[in-house]
Structure formats: structure tokens, C-alpha cells
Design a protein around this ligand. Sequence first.
Ligand SMILES: [Zn+2]
Length: 107
Amino acid sequence: MKKSKEDEVIETMIHMYCHSKHKTKGSLCNSCQALLDYAKLRIKKCPYEPEEKPFCSTCPIHCYKSDMRNRVIEVMRATRIRMMFYHPIISFQHTYQTLKNRKKKDE
Ligand SMILES: [Zn+2]
């Protein structure tokens, strides 16, 4: 999966989430914008090449801070049904599961 694609997916999800949860139109609310900026920065800063890199969630370098990761999980949980419909990406479900599993391990 290319970094740009990952970027695009997270952006679409956060927009969907913000528009339905926070009733925003067009642009994101401050907190969702911060989450998106954070996620994009993490994707950009990831030292792995797109070809060899697993999704950031499965990366051995845990670059997502746990509170931000929890928010990404929340976004994924809220949008995954629609995301699967609009973006039938196989690895998406995988990512969601990985994040969920990692969260369990942390607790
Ligand atoms: Zn929002």
C-alpha cells in the first residue's frame, strides 16, 4: 500500500466521521483536524518504504501515541461500514483488527 493511499483513506474516514458525529460541513472541526494532521505526519515520518511497510498500525515502531490511536480506532469503528462500501480495501479490515488487538494488549 502506497503512503499516499493510506493518507487518502485516513483523510476520507476522518471527514466522514467528523461530518456525521460533529455535524460539520466541508471542513473538519479543530479536534478532527488535529487528528488528521497527526495521522498524516505519522504516515509521512514512517521510516519504512511503502512496499515493505506494513500499515502503520502493525509497524514495530509504535509511532501512534495511545490516545491518538484510540481516536483513530474510534473513527474506524464509526466509518468502517461506509468505508468498505466506498473503498473496498481488503487491508482496511485488517488494520482495524490490528489496532483493536494492539489496544487489548496494551490494557
Ligand atoms: Zn470533528
